[in-house]
Design a protein around this ligand. Structure first.
Ligand code: AMP
Length: 192
């Protein structure tokens, strides 16, 4: 089973993906994590995307589609959770083509709904908690970058809601609920 977790930054995609990985043996494909790993290991691509990411803007479709294509080659018995991908219509089209190439389908798109004020608050808190715990703070987890990330989301990613709704496999879940409640709502969709 292959699913997309769709939602703005701070909606809880990563948190929910981790639960599904632990419980269902699915593989999480987070393009954000892959890009951060490329930066840490200092690849040419990682260096190229660093400033764009820190500013809260989207990196090119070509780069993230390449990253996803590479991971899909490895396969996953439990299926894939796409987390933070696709974020644009060309990325959505590319994902459909990549899955079709492998004879696979996209089984569900879960849209996590959270209001803007809560998103900004969650991300600012995430940065504070990381700093307090002596962990590295994401350079894009500050109020200025978050506002740009939200604008990018509304401009480029939100159109995917209509795209997948039209395709008939979109389910909206209230992302403001407790983590367990959100998890149960997602599990119910996957088990339906
Ligand atoms: P995330 O960890 O999903 O919040 O992503 C962090 C940053 O990585 C984003 O703000 C973008 O700069 C970049 N990024 C992650 N996924 C994508 C994507 N699918 N398309 C374009 N840029 C992305």
């Amino acid at each position: 089973m292959n699913i997309i977790l769709l939602g703005p930054p701070g909606a809880g995609k990563g948190t929910q993906a981790a639960r599904l990985v632990a419980e269902r043996g699915m593989v999480q494909l987070s393009t954000g994590d892959m890009l951060r790993a490329a930066r840490t290991s200092g690849t040419e691509m990682g260096q190229k995307v660093a400033a764009i990411m820190d500013a809260g803007q989207l990196v090119t479709d070509e780069i993230v589609i390449g990253l996803i294509a590479e991971q899909l080659e490895k396969g996953s018995e439990g299926g894939f959770i796409f987390d933070g991908f696709p974020r644009t219509l060309p990325q959505a089209d590319a994902l459909a083509a990549l899955l079709a190439d492998k004879g696979q389908t996209l089984d569900a798109v879960i849209q996590l709904e959270v209001d803007d004020e809560t998103l900004v608050q969650r991300i600012v808190n995430r940065a504070k908690e990381a700093a307090a715990a002596g962990q590295p703070v994401r350079a894009d987890d500050n109020e200025d970058s978050v506002k740009i990330r939200l604008m990018e989301y509304y401009k480029k990613t939100a159109p995917l809601i209509g795209y997948y709704y039209a395709g008939g496999n979109l389910t909206a879940v209230d992302g403001l609920a407790e983590i367990d409640t959100v998890h149960d709502a997602i599990a119910a969709v996957l088990d339906a």
